[in-house]
Design a protein around this ligand. Sequence first.
Ligand SMILES: Cc1cc2nc3c(=O)[nH]c(=O)nc-3n(C[C@H](O)[C@H](O)[C@H](O)COP(=O)(O)O)c2cc1C
Length: 217
Amino acid sequence: MENVKVLLRNLKVLKGSLDDFNTNDVPETPHELFLEWLHIAIRNEVPEPHAMTISTVDSEGNPDARVLILKNIDENGWYFATSAESSKGKQISEVAKVALTFYWPALGKQVRIRGTAIDMGRERSATDFLERSEVARAGALIGKQSNSLLNREILDQALIEKLEDVKETPDLIYSQWKLYCVQANQVEFWQGNVDRKHIRLKYRLHENQWVPELLWP
Ligand SMILES: Cc1cc2nc3c(=O)[nH]c(=O)nc-3n(C[C@H](O)[C@H](O)[C@H](O)COP(=O)(O)O)c2cc1C
């Protein structure tokens, strides 16, 4: 049998010429620095640079994590949207504390955000919902995200029906769709280095001011 341990050990990480990270002159807020890094990722054609892992905990403190798409970022925080009926939706309604993780491998850059997911309310959630493609709206309108599915034919049939509904009533809104904003209290920027002198800069929110500090790698 193949020796997976050897196979894994021989895989390379943090390849190529990675950027330096000048920590002497950083923006006042992590939001601005995040945008700078996101633009670098987009310019460098990092695949799906807006994909992030969102970690939640359930009411018993058991962690959970999955990938979602970042919808927006502004001075208030990082936005994502999902179904309130899903596992993550239920977990957030019980414990609103979440973490977001971005990793852009070609750049050796990681960003870690810790904070609270705030429900943006009915109107903004509806606007986000209507900005989705027809098929994405149809999928969401079925509801039941993260519930057991008996077989794939049921999903196919439900999608056909909901797509017809969406075409007939283009402003149909799935009431359980929620847009959330993650209001951060800590944001860490990690720049990998081939010589393992990784650079870590963490912003902490202290009395409404962002305070950056370096961390040991
Ligand atoms: C690249 C990528 C993007 C995704 N984007 C979303 C998204 O924006 N919203 C969403 O609800 N699920 C998205 N998913 C699916 C989630 O990872 C997850 O499977 C689903 O939301 C159910 O999660 P839950 O059972 O923890 O609630 C995405 C998955 C991938 C791999």
